[in-house]
Design a protein around this ligand. Sequence first.
Ligand code: GLA
Length: 381
Amino acid sequence: MLDKVKAGFSARFPGTPSVYTAPGRVNLIGEHTDYNNGFVLPASIDKAIWTAIRPNGTAGVNLYSVDYDAQVGFGLDGPKPSQLWASYVYGIAKELAKKGVAVGGFDAAFGGNVPLGAGMSSSAALESVFGFALNELFGGGLTREEIAKAGQMTEHNYIGVKCGIMDQFASLLGRDGHLLRLDCRSLEYELVPFKIDGYRVLLVDSMVKHSLASTEYNVRRQQCEAGVAVVARHEPGVETLRDVTFGMLEKYGAEMDPVSLKRCTFVLNENKRVLDGCEALKRGDIGTFGKMMNGSHHGLSVNYEVSCPELDFIAAFGQAYDGVIGARMMGGGFGGCVIHLIEEGVHDRYLAALRPAFEKQYGKEPRVIDVVIGDGARKIG
Ligand code: GLA
C-alpha cells in the first residue's frame, strides 16, 4: 500500500512528498465509556493509513484516494467536499486551523489497509494521519493530544458523529507492545505492557456493516446525558457519568427514564470492568481479564443494546470454547468485529469450528483479521 500511495502521488503531483502513517486500533475493553468521561483500554495496530503529502503554496487541496482511485480538489475556504472520504481531510484541516495552525494548500495521495466498517477506526486513522502531517508541515506545534482532540471534533462538526476521544487518542499515542489505559476525563494515560505469552488477540468480523451506528450512537450518548441530568438536579457536583456512583443510580434511578437508567448502569459497570481488568492483566491474571471481556459483551448486548445477532453468535461461540479466554464485540457496535483473547494453541482449531457454524447460521463466511499491536502516528519518509 505504501508503494501505491507514493506512486499515486508521483503520477499526479510535482515534487518530493513527505510520507506519514497513522494506525487503526483495537480496544480490549471499555466500550461507550469514552464520551462519558470514563476509562478505555485500546491499542494501536499494524493496520494503517499512509499519505504522501506536500504543501503546494496555494489555498487549494488536491487529494487522491488510492482505494477509491478518485481525485478531488477543494479550497480550504470553500464548502465541504461532497465525498465523505474527502470531508474527513477537509474537516481535520479546518479543526487544526481553529487551533491556530496556519494550514495552507497541499497535494496528497493516501490509502490504507484498515478494514472499513469493522469497528477498527479507519476514520480516526484518516483524521490522525492528516492531523499529524499537517501539524508538522505547517509548523503547528500541537501536541499529539491536541491533534487527537481536533480529530474528534472533525467527527462532531463535519461527519455528525458525537464520538469520544478513544480512537484518535489510540491512533496518535499508541505504542508497540502496549495497551493504553486512558482516563477520558483527564486524558492521563498509562502504557500497560501487553505481555500475553501463549495467547493472542484475534478479530473475527461479523461482516455486518454498521449502518445504524452513527444515528444510534448519538442516541446512546443522549440517553446517558439524560440520566446524568436527573442526578445533577440533586447532586450539584455531577457533570458527567464519571461523577455518578452506583449509590446515586440507586437513589435517583426511579426518576430516570428506564432506558436511560439501563444505559447509565452499563457505563458504570463497564468502567469498573476496565479498572478491574487492567489490574488483573498487570498481575498476569488473564482469566479474570477474560471474564471482564465477556461481561462487557453481555452488557453491550443486553443493557446498552448496540450488538446484533451475528456479533452475539460469535461472542457466545467464543465464550463457550475451551481456550478462548474472552470474547466481546468491539467498537461502536451494530456490526464490525468480535475481539477474542485466545490461547495460541487453539487458534486454528477454534476458527475451523467457528467458520462453518457461522456460515450455516448466516449463509456467509466471517472474515478473520490478524492484528499486531504497533506504534501510533509517525513520519516515515
Ligand atoms: C466508536 C467511537 C469511540 C467510542 C466507541 C465505543 O469507535 O468513535 O469514540 O465511543 O465507538 O466505545
